[in-house]
Design a protein around this ligand. Sequence first.
Ligand SMILES: C[S@@+](CC[C@H](N)C(=O)[O-])C[C@H]1O[C@@H](n2cnc3c(N)ncnc32)[C@H](O)[C@@H]1O
Length: 286
Amino acid sequence: MATQKISYPETLKALRKCFSEREILLELMKNLSAGSSELKEVRTCLSIGTGYGGYDLDFIRICLPNLENLIVVEKDEDCLRELKINLDNQFKEKFDVIIMKCSMESFMEMFEKKDYDKLIDVLEENNSEKNFDEILKLFEKKIDIVLTMHVLYFLDPAQRMKLYRMCFDQWMNSALGRFVTVNVSGDDNATNRLLRELQLKEFVNSETVKEELEGEEVSVLDELSFECPMQMTDINNLYEAMKFCIESLQMTDFVEKIKMIAPDGWACHKGSLCVCAKIDGGALQI
Ligand SMILES: C[S@@+](CC[C@H](N)C(=O)[O-])C[C@H]1O[C@@H](n2cnc3c(N)ncnc32)[C@H](O)[C@@H]1O
């Protein structure tokens, strides 16, 4: 009997039930907001890989009180359906929302090739009665902040480099723009250990992302590192999440791998939230 493939939002929620990352991030975001007047000036935000809202909407609610335009780039239909409901419930019509249903790679390619007809086709799909010329003008250095929360994993190094350059040199005001990124950190974080055991490609970690950004003369202004226990005994949730990546995954094999990385049922989830900017004069010391 064919089993129904679980959706991306369900997968992500299943995985996130195994640790208390959200609670930790909420506190870090509150601290960030309290210590930064710049974030209150942000009017236009580009969120890449927004998912169903998750951490991106938390960040917007806590750190960006004066947002006027949110542009979402997300390719997954189920995520977008849920995102629209979450936006409506949490923000009503507090700011204008523009949805681009496409991959980050094709989004960048459209700008690279100046393929404005294609960009307008993508805009038309989800944004009726909007002034598309005005939207496209926002990408002429008027984006104030870019959010990449747990999403750089899905770009290869060349595409990540392209993204950094487009954000800082084309879309954002080079002096004021902020690039916010959340990634797993260290080589021994639970996610990468599990991916390694399952012979899947590991996620790029925060240390590598920082090096890449600094190579582009982007400084890390704030780095908020965190770690929390990850419950590996909740096998069903983890299995659901991993089954999304490997359809043929067998529960018995999976349980064996879990026993190897977490003999007592617990592993360590590590990550960091970084706020980055391009500041003349090179990297700041943090
Ligand atoms: C781990 S989720 C993160 C969601 C959200 N940023 C959060 O932290 O709550 C990654 C998201 O990136 C999206 N994604 C993955 N690859 C993508 C791509 N190539 N282009 C656009 N979105 C992508 C997925 O559909 C998913 O919604």
